[in-house]
Design a protein around this ligand. Structure first.
Ligand SMILES: [Zn+2]
Length: 264
């Protein structure tokens, strides 16, 4: 048995302030001291360091995607109906394209991660939802060039209801400022859309699991089936597409091969 030795000649160690720090009890502390275990192990420190590096890399990647999306917004708007009608395009993550927030309510999070039984399920604002948001008067404004600029960021206050926003015009590629539209019109509307995205993902999982169970039972009914449990019949959406691929595909579509010399 380990002997617990209490050295009170040194000051009580400072417990690092980490968001997930749970205060250890005195007994836990004495046990840990006795076995020479650190509160935050080297492995835990390494893990946080790597997660931080990953986060920075992801931030860079999202900045690049955002630029790509707005640089090609005219192309995207020309193919709006096709995007809405094509699930692999409609479901593309576009959460980085719009940001907003306000006093008291903080930033609006357009990407949510849920820890479900130890697996992370991420729900993002989809491209189709973003295009539908841009259909509403609140999120569009006439541009000086005659085109229509689309709101991509806003701030304000839910108390006064006042707001400031910036919009981007796909035609002349300029940014316009929009003042004094209802803050709630931005914030709560987007919040509702995000709740709908969450509902859509949750319902899709339930539906796909129900289908997997049905498929499994069908096999069992056929007799003597000793195969795996319904999990083997559970499948996600088969088609996945990223923004880069979609933009490339849409550009390909716009090439008029009849006027391209080498294809004549
Ligand atoms: Zn313009």
């Amino acid at each position: 048995m380990a002997t617990i030795f209490i050295d009170d000649s040194k000051p009580f160690p400072i417990i690092p302030e980490q968001p997930d720090n749970r205060h250890e009890s005195a007994l836990e502390f004495f046990k840990r001291q006795a076995t020479g275990l650190k509160l935050i192990s080297d492995e835990m420190e390494q893990e946080s360091k790597e997660q931080e590096e990953l986060r920075k890399l992801q931030e860079k990647s999202l900045e690049r995607k955002k630029k790509l999306l707005f640089d090609n917004l005219d192309l995207i708007m020309r193919h709006r109906d096709e995007i809405l009608a094509t699930p692999r395009y409609a479901n593309i993550d576009a959460h980085y394209a719009i940001k907003g927030g306000g006093l008291y309510v903080g930033p609006l999070s357009t990407s949510r991660a849920f820890n479900i039984a130890g697996s992370i399920v991420r729900v993002n604002l989809r491209l189709a939802t973003l295009l539908r948001i841009w259909d509403t008067d609140q999120f569009r404004v006439g541009c000086k060039c005659g085109g229509t600029a689309l709101i991509r960021s806003f701030t304000g206050s839910p108390l006064s209801g006042s707001s400031r926003a910036t919009a981007y015009c796909p035609e002349c590629k300029q940014e316009a400022h929009v003042a004094n539209r209802s803050f709630g019109g931005y914030f709560w509307y987007l919040q509702t859309k995000l709740n709908e995205e969450t509902e859509k993902v949750a319902k899709a999982i339930i539906t796909k699991w129900t289908l997997a169970e049905t498929e499994y039972e069908k096999k069992v009914e056929k007799g003597n089936y000793k195969g795996p449990r319904p999990g083997a019949e559970f499948h996600g959406d088969s088609e996945y597409c990223n923004l880069e691929t979609m933009i490339n595909n849409l550009k390909m579509k716009e090439i008029d091969f009849s006027t391209t010399p080498q294809y004549k």
